[in-house]
Design a protein around this ligand. Structure first.
Ligand code: SF4
Length: 81
């Protein structure tokens, strides 16, 4: 199963939580907001397809985000967070 992770990047407050719990995928960028590594801009959001093995790392990042702007859905479009 593949998953889609997306970030409402405009709303990022730059707390660094995602990058601290999942640095394989998240890093702080020079504008003070975090960046989902390898993601592509889609509308207002930044999006990346991930494998099942990388779900827990990204899920933890999403759970730790204080403003809830990291989301994950599965292949069927079911939103996990
Ligand atoms: S945890 Fe949320 S608010 Fe904090 S840097 Fe990551 S995306 Fe931005």
């Amino acid at each position: 199963m593949k998953y889609t992770v997306w970030q409402e990047r405009e709303k990022c407050i730059g707390c660094g939580a995602c990058a601290s719990v999942c640095d394989k995928f998240w890093e702080m960028d020079s504008d003070g907001k975090s960046k989902l590594k390898g993601s592509k801009k889609k509308g207002e959001n930044f999006e990346l397809i991930i494998d099942e093995k990388d779900l827990s790392c990204n899920k933890e990042a999403a759970e730790k985000c204080p403003v809830n702007i990291i989301h994950i859905k599965d292949e069927k479009g079911k939103k996990l967070i």
